[in-house]
Design a protein around this ligand. Structure first.
Ligand code: PEP
Length: 254
């Protein structure tokens, strides 16, 4: 059975105190209401990570994730934060290659491959994002784009290392827009990604891979999306900023 993972990507939102309040609400609701093995990952801004990890404590089904990291371990890289430093504040997951990083910070697959290596070298799980733009989908290039994002960012890994990777399929046209990919569109791409992984690493590795969907997931569309055979969780943006909607999405995952 592969792991089911719901991660909340807060992006650049919430003051420190707001972040602690939101985390406490989510932690209490998850403890009282979530009775499945679903893993819940909170990805606040860097500045909040250590305190959020402290609030989570040793709850087995919850952990923290960062939204990004740098490729190098330490040194004269003003303003950057390394995977090793993130590990030291209690992170278990790091989002790599979110489309906003690709779009606003010009992150390319080759850099993302190095970030993935840094995350894995420090014993954490990368959540590696891929997804096409609207133009790419309209010109039917989405499979090609996703294939190059996944293969160039991840396929240098050994099968063993790949076992610690999570992939998030996030069509760029569905992120923060209120437009969700249809369940059929999402399932089709998830199955395609699993097929690519199977060709490269074999069926067992592919079957164990968690593939999250992201893009305007809300409590009212989550059940249908998560019922698809190749959708193993969600990467949630807007709806993760409110405890009730986020926990309802977690509860939709069975
Ligand atoms: C995201 O930021 O990864 C995301 C999916 O955002 P939203 O849920 O707001 O579309």
């Amino acid at each position: 059975m592969r792991k089911k993972i719901i991660a909340g990507n807060w992006k650049m939102n919430k003051s420190f105190q707001e972040g602690l309040d939101l985390s406490s609400e989510i932690i209490n609701m998850v403890r009282d209401e979530v009775h499945t093995a679903t893993q819940v990952v909170l990805c606040p801004p860097f500045t909040h990570l250590n305190a959020v990890a402290g609030l989570i404590g040793n709850a087995v089904n919850m952990s923290t994730g960062a939204q990004n990291c740098y490729t190098e371990t330490s040194g004269a890289y003003t303003g950057e934060v390394s995977a090793a430093i993130l590990k030291s504040v209690g992170c278990s997951y790091i989002i790599v290659g979110h489309s906003e990083r690709r779009q606003y910070f010009a992150e390319k697959n080759a850099t993302l491959a190095k970030k993935t290596d840094a995350v894995l070298a420090n014993g954490m799980n990368p959540i590696y994002c891929c997804g096409e733009t609207l133009d790419e989908r309209n010109s039917e290039k989405h499979f090609e784009v996703i294939k190059s994002q996944v293969s160039e960012g991840l396929f240098h890994l050994s099968g063993e290392a790949f076992g610690n990777v999570v992939i998030a399929y996030e069509p760029v046209w569905a992120i923060g827009t209120g437009v969700t990919a249809s369940t059929a569109q999402a399932q089709e791409v998830h199955a395609f990604i699993r097929g690519l992984v199977s060709e490269k690493y074999g069926i067992e590795v592919a079957n164990n891979l968690t593939i999250q969907y992201g893009g305007s997931v809300k409590p009212d569309n989550a059940v249908e999306l998560f019922s698809q055979p190749d959708i193993d969780g969600g990467l949630i943006g807007g709806a993760a900023l409110q405890s009730r909607s986020f926990v309802d999405i977690v509860k939709a995952m069975n």
